[in-house]
Design a protein around this ligand. Structure first.
Ligand SMILES: Nc1ncnc2c1ncn2[C@@H]1O[C@H](COP(=O)(O)OP(=O)(O)OP(=O)(O)O)[C@@H](O)[C@H]1O
Length: 382
């Protein structure tokens, strides 16, 4: 370790001029990626992930700001003179070349001695677990195998950093999950910095050391998976990473009072707060919870059996409009955007693990109490 960051972006802006309009794809991104780190850019479609990545690779020049690789300003250096390699979702292998020749191509182009080519290609195929398939043609391989050839072809050049733009996007879910584990293993083994673009939060959480969550051309939060989940910096991050419940209002004396006798404990906070609480931290029951716990009352609007857990949607008894809402089930199944909770009849999602001793606690229409410990209320932005 040299102490230098592998990649640094300093207040990078990218504007496109399209049909007489200026589109700001990236609005001022500052971040650094450590040497050997698995770093992800995560965000919804159109938030500027790919544009950011293309500026690191050198395919796009920033309108403003600086790009540094290992401390060196490369803002105006062309892609082929940057020590990075990029793997795209559409990983075009040469269809008329064998696996071996596809991987060896770059080295041969650079007139690497034959013996070295043989050694490095052999090593790389072993790392991506394709030894024995050297003679196959791309069409004789599965999607996952083709993707591993593309990876080997990029890694064999020993770039200092590998940029991957949704490389698993074309694979089905099972294969994608297997490849996520593989990619992480390969990255650990080769020790190269990986920067990974994805809109899939599970993918980012599975593999990354750190994640920059992007929204509308900006980084909303840059942190490790646990921190993003436990301490989201913004309402957007809380909703984008997993499912979250949001409760907003004015707190007095460290307590947010809700209609219907509800209270949310936010020790040390006063004034307007937005609180997030994760569905798995909440207990559902019929007895009134003890003092010292956050407690809210409501009616079960929906129960969904999801195998390893049950998901309850509970409409809070918090005054106007707190009736059953049919959107509740959607909110549960589609990893809520979190925003619906603050409107009208508030709904809360609760996940209850189907552990060995679990029994269904409540049914649709039941009047219930929800409770959770003070430490599980996280005040956003605090
Ligand atoms: N060449 C271009 N000309 C004009 N606008 C562009 C151009 N490239 C990107 N944009 C716009 O910039 C914004 C960011 O695009 P970008 O491809 O970086 O997003 P993304 O987060 O990678 O999205 P996706 O996940 O859909 O690939 C979008 O609004 C897009 O329409």
């Amino acid at each position: 370790m040299t102490g230098l960051s592998a990649i640094e972006l300093e207040d990078v802006v990218k504007e496109y001029h399209s049909h007489g309009e200026v589109v700001q794809a990236v609005k001022g991104v500052t971040l650094d990626v450590a040497e050997g780190e698995f770093f992800s850019l995560l965000g919804p479609s159109g938030c500027g992930k790919t544009t950011t990545m293309r500026m690191v690779a050198g395919f796009e020049a920033p309108t403003k700001g600086l790009v540094r690789l290992r401390g060196q300003d490369v803002t105006n250096v062309p892609p082929n003179r940057r020590d990075v390699n990029m793997v795209f979702q559409s990983y075009a292998l040469f269809p008329h070349m064998s696996v071996w020749d596809n991987v060896a191509f770059g080295l041969k182009q650079r007139r690497t001695p034959q013996e070295e080519v043989r050694r490095r290609v052999g090593e790389m195929l072993e790392i991506v677990d394709l030894t024995g398939r050297e003679k196959r043609m791309p069409r004789e391989l599965s999607g996952g195998q083709q993707q591993r050839v593309a990876l080997a072809r990029a890694l064999v050049n020993r770039p200092r950093a590998l940029l991957l733009d949704e490389p698993l996007g074309a694979l089905d879910l099972k294969l994608r999950q297997a490849m996520q584990i593989e990619l992480k293993r390969i990255q650990r083994e080769v020790g190269i910095t990986f920067v990974y673009v994805t809109h899939d939060q599970n993918e980012a959480l599975t593999m990354s050391d750190r994640i920059a969550v992007m929204n509308d051309g900006l980084v909303e939060q840059l942190a490790g998976p646990r921190e993003l989940y436990e301490r989201p910096a913004t309402v957007f991050v809380a909703g984008f990473i997993g499912t979250s419940n949001l409760l907003a209002g004015a707190a007095t004396g460290g307590e947010l009072r809700l209609g219907g006798g509800g209270r949310v404990l936010v020790p040390g906070h006063d004034g307007d707060v937005t609180v997030t609480v994760r569905p798995e931290k909440i207990t559902i029951g019929t007895d009134e919870p003890a003092q010292g716990l956050s407690a809210v009352r409501g009616t079960v609007a929906e129960v969904v059996y999801l195998g390893t857990y049950n998901s309850y949607t509970v409409s809070l008894a918090d005054g106007a409009g707190a009736t059953e809402r049919s959107e509740g089930a959607d909110q549960t199944q589609h990893h809520s955007d979190g925003r619906s909770a603050a409107r009208g009849g508030t709904t809360i999602t609760v996940f209850q693990q189907n552990a060995v001793d679990a029994t269904a606690t409540a049914e649709r229409g039941d009047s219930v109490w929800l409770s959770w410990q003070a430490q599980h209320s996280y005040v956003i932005g605090s």
